[in-house]
Design a protein around this ligand. Structure first.
Ligand code: SAH
Length: 463
């Protein structure tokens, strides 16, 4: 490591900025986050710098640089022409004053990292000048990962430190308190609003010193398959989970977001294979939460859409366990986007229905007459096994046999396959194409015939 990362207290100190253009302005904006006194030397100032000077935020101390201006400065930032860059760098080095010349690592004794600012939490990313674009990219990733309220939460923690030290014994209990604070219920309450926050903090003080940590469960929607369709909240929940209880529909790439030491429990319900009963899943969730774990119940698509999220939620609530629900992109929406299939279109359908093709005892009783009408549009989940019956019921109810259907298998994944046919051929399309993965059946919708939507290469047509 050639450059040592160091946070310098600039309060009450003085820095010099040489140059008055766009680059100088950028440095000044950063410096203004601190309480440093900023002096600037330039022939001309960018209008925004002029405003800052008029407002008294910075001091325009001269047009010409002279070494005397360096006296007493903690550091100097330079964004001028080549000659002046060289000269200021040399004079600063002679005096052992830190110097940063924009885009000139060789002339600089200090370089400015890419910064994520959640003051007082500040993250600095540097590559010793080797790859600024990499540093910027990492910074952007951190920006999206760290919610904006994190700075205020960190400040709130600072305000509680003494009280925690007084009331909660050091060691496990105190660690647990802070974990709850930064990663658990207290943080969630903080994100929601202040009253909730205070209540959660008091609760943690009450239990924190005595009892074991409070476990909780988040029912998290993982989306239809493509990991990029996870929400930011789902990613965070995954990172924070101690235990992840997941379905068959959730792919390994999504589990990559979990911590390495998180316990993973597969409770997949593959059709026709042995699987956990809903009661067994509920009791796993309750048991883990009761032992103080943060549990994520990860479900394909959205937890509330044909996902039995409501039942799990009720069972957990009955057991007194806090539950949170994080929505996901449900398969009917994710698959439609992946293949360019609009779900509503002006002048065609005024509503869009989602149905299940399977229930405990075979095919559910839908209002087939209604569905068979002209201009109805719907998507059938879990409809592969009962496709023949669905087709027969719709035809009996008078649907036009030429009503278009689109079947998407493994939607949003690289194994995605798409078949277009008509309702009269629904069952045979499934049979002929050996559709086996999870599939969405759309009825009454047609794709935009625009060549510009090419979401996945594996696009086939039913023969
Ligand atoms: N909660 C889930 C649905 C679970 S039911 C959600 O909101 O999406 C399981 C059914 O969802 C499957 O039988 C299939 O019809 C559909 N499904 C889930 N993922 C799919 C995918 N990637 N491609 C096509 N259909 C999918």
């Amino acid at each position: 490591m050639r450059y040592f990362p160091l946070f310098i207290d600039l309060k009450g100190r003085r820095v010099l900025v040489v140059g008055g253009g766009e680059e100088a302005l950028r440095k000044v904006r950063l410096l203004l986050k601190t309480e440093v006194r900023i002096e600037i030397v330039a022939h001309e100032l960018h209008p925004e710098l002029t405003d800052l000077a008029i407002g008294g935020n910075i001091a325009w101390v001269g047009r010409e640089f002279s070494p005397a201006l360096l006296a007493g400065a903690t550091c100097v930032f330079v964004a001028a022409d080549e000659e002046l860059n060289n000269r200021v760098s040399e004079e600063a080095r002679k005096r052992d004053i830190l110097v940063n010349v924009v885009d000139e690592a060789e002339l600089s004794s200090a370089i400015i990292p890419a910064i994520v600012d959640r003051d007082p939490l500040v993250i600095a990313v540097g590559t010793e000048g080797a790859a600024p674009i990499l540093a910027q990219g990492i910074r952007s990733e951190l920006e999206t990962d760290l919610p904006p309220f994190l700075g205020a939460l960190t400040r709130a923690a600072g305000a509680l430190r003494e009280r925690v030290a007084d009331q909660i014994p050091a060691g496990n209990s105190r660690r647990q308190f802070w974990r709850q604070f930064f990663f658990g219920g207290i943080r969630d309450a903080f994100a929601r609003g202040s009253l909730d926050f205070e209540r959660e903090v008091e609760k943690a003080f009450e239990t924190g010193s005595s009892e074991a940590a409070e476990g909780r469960v988040a029912l998290v929607g993982a989306g239809p398959g493509d990991p990029e369709l996870l929400t930011l909240k789902a990613q965070r929940k995954l990172r924070e989970a101690d235990v992840i209880v997941f379905d068959r529909l959730v792919g390994p790439q999504i589990l990559e977001y979990a911590r390495r030491d998180a316990v993973r429990v597969a409770v997949g319900k593959a059709p026709g294979k042995h699987s956990f009963t809903q009661e067994q899943i509920n009791s796993i969730l309750i048991r883990e939460a009761k032992s103080g774990k943060h549990v994520v119940r990860l479900k394909g698509g959205d937890p509330y859409v044909f996902g039995r999220g409501g039942e799990e939620q009720a069972a957990l609530q009955a057991a007194g366990i806090p539950v949170e629900v994080v929505p996901g992109i449900t398969a009917a929406l994710g698959c439609a986007a992946a293949i360019g299939l609009p779900l509503t279109q002006r002048g065609r359908n005024q509503s869009f229905t989602i149905l299940t093709g399977a229930s405990e005892d075979g095919i559910p009783e839908h209002d087939w007459r209604f569905l068979a009408q002209k201009n109805q549009a719907f998507a059938i989940y879990m409809g592969v096994g009962t496709a023949g019956q669905t087709q027969a019921r719709l035809l009996n109810a008078g649907i036009d046999p030429l009503t278009p259907i689109t079947i998407v298998e493994n939607g949003t994944l690289s194994s995605q396959r798409v078949f277009e046919a008509v309702i009269g051929d629904l069952a045979s399309s499934i049979r002929v194409n050996s559709i086996e993965g999870p599939a969405m059946i759309y009825v009454g919708l047609t794709r935009e015939q625009s060549a510009s939507i090419v979401a996945f290469p594996a696009r086939k047509k039913a023969s």
